[in-house]
Design a protein around this ligand. Structure first.
Ligand code: NAD
Length: 481
């Protein structure tokens, strides 16, 4: 692997005004590369390039089907390079190689889906009587700024980039400091499919410096952010100052309600994917299980079985799908998660399994299950962003919903029961942007996704997300009669 990676601004690979940053393999703790670090001047050049391309009309004036085909081709480019990209993603992020392939396939799917949607963004005519011809159209905002988190650097960039390009916007992407390498393939893809230079700009920089410069740049017309609540607030504040819209996706403390009539054996699979996929570093992770007291012990035994079945080792050794889990993204994140587990024990929670840092090099935390968690505990309210599942008990349906809705977040939720009425009622009452019934992560690229409450606002995925990237224009024409 090359040892130095640059930023991509206006179609050229360039050094960063703020020097370089080390990229560490969390599976070993070893440095694997350096990446150029952008400063505010680099951000300015990238925004200016994107603005120039937008104002030239070279992208926005295209027939949407032609733009859509380029977007689709970017997805195929990712798939054509899946093995080399998966290796880099695993080395910088820690996830198993087989999970990296899933992430890249998911990223390609966004380009397929939004490439297809490009020509569906249609206007409509509004009747105003015979003396007028009136129609509403949708135009791209212009420069879309996208600030990317480290948990799914490829998929998160794909999610916003594909929809932004399909609707005719140009983009400046600020990649995460911990995992900046894999985004290089988007620059390669943009070149390969023939997007004009300056349409896609990709730079890594510190959040406080390059991230803040980008979100506050007066040339930016729309912002997409996924990450923590405090950073989301900073970005929304910057967006408000420039009066530009933003989409915020800020994580959660999402709960599965497991009723006494649920299929407990099937739920093991939800535990495996819901909290241990990507070592729990998923905004919509199933980080709380609220289980009916009558099936609590049986479910805990099953969930502990799932946690113990996972082999934890460096992602690069995990070539094929298996009961495995990789490192967390960094030792800092791992230590933070382990610290939250200890603090929860201090507040009275019990460790049913896991809970400790592993005694091997790298950022490994044991797959963890905490029982005896009560709604007032810190761990029941704050995002761990690691492989830590909290188990809470309930005795009545009301109780379960109150606990589920009892955090400031509201990203997703789940209900597990064979009773259709009970399930339907819960889907109405769970305060979250997406509710799963009997399968955590049911849905796909087609289904809108985003938060209630502190989980953010705006929606990604699905047709709904297209409206983030366009602004409405109404045209009223007075006819001679
Ligand atoms: P973060 O929100 O600080 O960083 C996310 C992105 O925002 C990075 O690209 C970062 O450089 C950028 N950024 C940081 N400060 C900025 C600023 N002032 N202006 C503009 N951009 C800025 O998240 P983190 O520090 O990487 O992780 C901390 C916690 O955030 C995690 O423990 C987790 O709880 C949460 N998180 C959530 C998600 C999610 O998908 N919802 C993803 C990553 C992290």
């Amino acid at each position: 692997m090359k040892t130095y990676w640059q930023n991509y601004i206006d179609g050229t690979w360039v050094d960063g005004g703020a020097g370089r940053i080390d990229v560490i393999n969390p599976g070993t703790g070893q440095k694997i590369a350096e990446h150029a670090l952008a400063d505010a001047a680099d951000v300015d050049r990238a925004v200016m390039a994107a603005q120039r391309v937008h104002q030239s009309g070279v992208l926005s004036d295209l027939r949407p089907v032609d733009r859509g085909r380029m977007v689709q081709a970017m997805g195929r480019y990712l798939l054509d390079h899946i093995e080399e990209l998966a290796e880099v993603l695993t080395l910088e992020q820690g996830k198993p190689l087989w999970e990296s392939r899933i992430e890249i396939e998911g990223a390609a799917r966004y380009f397929e889906y939004y490439g297809n949607q490009a020509e569906t963004v249609e206007g409509r005519s509004i009747p105003l009587g015979k003396d007028y011809f009136d129609f509403t159209t949708y135009e791209p905002f212009g420069v879309s700024a996208q600030i990317i988190p480290w948990n799914y650097p490829v998929e998160m960039t794909a999610r916003s980039l594909s929809a932004a390009l399909a609707t005719g916007n140009t983009c400046v992407i600020k990649t995460p400091e911990l995992t900046p390498l894999s985004n290089a393939w988007f620059a390669n893809a943009a070149e390969a499919v023939g997007l004009p230079k300056g349409t896609v700009n990709i730079l890594c920089g510190l959040g406080q410096e390059a991230g803040a410069a980008l979100s506050g740049h007066p040339g930016v017309n729309q912002i997409v952010f996924t990450g923590s609540v405090p950073t989301g607030v900073a970005i929304a504040t910057a967006a408000a100052r420039n009066v530009v819209p933003c989409v915020l996706e800020l994580g959660g403390k999402s709960a599965a309600i497991v009723h006494d009539d649920a299929d407990l054996a099937a739920f093991e699979n939800d535990v495996r994917w819901g909290i241990y996929f990507n070592a729990g570093q998923v905004c919509s992770a199933m980080s709380r299980v609220i289980v009916h007291e009558s099936v609590h012990d049986e479910l805990v035994e099953r969930m502990v079985g799932v946690a113990k079945s996972l082999e934890v080792k460096p992602g690069i050794e995990q070539t094929e799908f298996a009961a495995t889990m990789g490192a967390m993204v960094s030792e800092g994140q791992r230590d933070r998660a382990a610290g939250m587990v200890s603090a929860a024990q201090g507040q009275g929670a019990q460790v049913a399994t896991g809970g400790r840092k592993m005694n091997i090099p790298g950022a490994f935390l044991e797959p963890t299950i905490l029982t005896g968690v009560t709604p007032d505990m810190t761990i029941a309210n704050e995002e761990v962003f690691g492989p830590v599942l909290c188990v809470l008990k309930f005795s009545s349906d009301e109780d379960a919903l109150r606990i589920a809705n009892g955090t400031p977040y509201g990203l997703v939720g789940g209900v597990f029961t064979r009773d259709l009425d009970r399930a339907t009622s819960a889907t109405r009452r769970i305060r979250a942007g997406q509710v799963f019934v009997n399968e955590w992560y049911a849905g796909g690229v087609e289904t809108p996704f985003g938060g209630y409450g502190k989980s953010g606002y705006g929606r990604e995925k699905g047709r709904e997300a297209l409206w983030n990237y366009v602004q409405t224009k109404n045209v009223a024409i007075r006819l001679k009669g």
